[in-house]
Design a protein around this ligand. Sequence first.
Ligand code: CUA
Length: 315
Amino acid sequence: MTSHALAPAADQAQAIARVWDAMFWPSVVIYFAVLIALGWALWRRRDVSGDAADVQTRQVRRWTIALTGWTVLIALILTAYTALSFVQDRKLLARESNSLRVHITGKQWWWQVEYLDSDPSRQVTTANELHLPAGRMARIQLDSDDVIHSLWIPALNGKQDLIPGRHTELALTPRIVGRYRGECAEFCGLQHAHMVIPVTVESPAQFAAWYGAQQATAAAPASAAAARGKQDFESGSCAMCHAIAGTSAGSHVGPDLTHLASRPTLGAGALPNDARNLDAWLADPQAHKPGTNMPNPQLPANVRADLVAYLEGLR
Ligand code: CUA
């Protein structure tokens, strides 16, 4: 999983990297040129010779020429930087009409991700992961439910804040298939660092397959243990905060778990997603993500095992 702003994988990150390259290398050259000029001036200062008045006149003339030239050069470079920055900035604001529409809501401390569609039955809700088709612009609407968060996927675009009561938007046009790391980039409380959003950029066909799978309601329990787990989930405290499509659990206080097992992490990057970690998470969420809004459900080991059997089947 890469997350390098200087290894851009989307048009927007490419535009930012272009500004960086164009500003960085000339600045390095200018920096060393100034140091060399300074050293040269200090060196020359020692061996002034000849008639003092004559030397002064020659020096004033040379200094005038040098400083005028330098000022003009700096003005030209700054003008070029401004023009380049303006042109590249337009690319970050460009919007395409057939964009994929996604709505991300920042919460303490996880990401709710909704794929919007004019047909509500085609909408998909997931959490703490983003899948995008390569070559198509995604317009990401950003909102926050509590405090200010900031979505940053360095390989795809710059940061954009998610501000309570105010809508913001980020466009991503990924070009290179791969997995990229996204982070919350604005300190938002105790678990700010565990607010990770892995981004999968895939071919349009792979994206369509993933999207189709996400649209389906949850898989039916495949074993007796999983069936007990489903019942515990629906009748216990789980359903007070979580939703699983196709069951009676429909709360959206916490992440939607309809396809939990297909996601890479638990607790927005707190733990890799596997059966052992899921059991550990259910046993004591606070031990793995202190401060998380998920309370300890105080479940006996056999109930946890049934829940894990059920949730691990939710691909
Ligand atoms: Cu959300 Cu930091």
